[in-house]
Design a protein around this ligand. Structure first.
Ligand code: 9D3
Length: 262
């Protein structure tokens, strides 16, 4: 029952986003397009898409395979070793086609920023998500198997990893990246407050939350939260957040240069 007023609102938001430096289009190139069906149509990403705030397209790399019967996109690694490597040609063809399609929508001067999700990439952080959300057009290239032919890297602007653990491919990382970037696009997350609150909280953990009942199985909600004294509540939350950060993630408090720019 999403009403007309919310549609109207979204077109207003889309209008403003046309002028601003903000993500408008996101393409994904993958050998496993079906993996994206759930995340890209449900929840926040799906809503942003439906409301026309952002255009998201999933492309099957196999559409640009060699013209053989098996629609080959990969081959064995030169020099030997286990596993297959995705060939440069399908990637090059796919990226050219995606660029041509996007230019039709965004205009001739539009330039895609191509990200290859790879374990060799710099590990994604919130600060980087913020700058990516300002790029009008992102293309996410997902590797699989042992990765892609090094020569395809000529078409890649940046390599990004989502963390130091081994996954089977770049698909889940691409969804993680899409989720974190798209929610930063103005109008995607409903309450503008929550993004403001987030920057206020930046770099530290959240404070504890409570909801009704005020007493649950004999355990009370901290009195300050029921006091209605907003200055005290704010102070309490800040100190709780600082405590949680010290205890659970002391690494967040070390000032590393990458965190300064936020
Ligand atoms: C077990 C294979 N490894 C040999 C040393 C290399 C390797 C190749 C391909 C490891 C993982 C993958 C697939 N992963 C990704 O494509 C990937 C990924 C990840 O595994 N972890 C965190 N971020 C990312 S982004 C892409």
């Amino acid at each position: 029952m999403t009403d007309d007023s919310s549609c109207e609102l979204s077109s207003v938001i889309t209008g403003t986003n046309l002028q601003r430096k903000v993500l408008k289009r996101l393409d994904v190139v993958t050998l496993f397009p079906a993996m994206f069906e759930g995340p890209m149509s449900e929840s926040l990403l799906g809503r942003a898409r439906q409301r026309g705030i952002i255009e998201i397209r999933i492309h099957n790399l196999r559409d640009w395979s060699a013209d053989d019967r098996r629609h080959t996109v990969d081959d064995r690694s030169y020099g030997g070793g286990p596993g297959m490597v995705i060939q440069a040609e399908p990637i090059c063809r796919a990226l050219k086609a995606v660029r041509a399609e996007g230019v039709k929508r965004l205009g001739r001067s539009a330039k895609p920023y191509v990200i290859y999700l790879s374990p060799q990439g710099r590990v994604l952080r919130q600060s980087q998500a913020k700058s990516l959300a300002k790029r009008p057009w992102l293309v996410l290239l997902c590797g699989h198997y042992e990765g892609i032919d090094q020569r395809a890297m000529d078409w890649v602007d940046e390599e990004i990893s989502i963390g130091d653990y081994v996954l089977t491919g770049g698909e889940l990382p691409a969804m993680v990246l899409a989720d974190t970037v798209v929610r930063l696009v103005p109008g995607v997350v409903k309450e503008p407050e929550s993004l403001e609150e987030e920057s206020f909280q930046d770099g530290r953990l959240d404070f504890p939350h409570y909801t009704r009942p005020a007493v649950w199985r004999g355990r009370k909600v901290p009195a300050v939260l029921l006091s209605g004294d907003h200055a005290s509540i704010r102070k309490w939350r800040l100190s709780q957040a600082a405590k949680a950060t010290r205890e659970k993630r002391p690494d967040l408090l070390k000032d590393r240069p990458a965190r300064r720019q936020r």
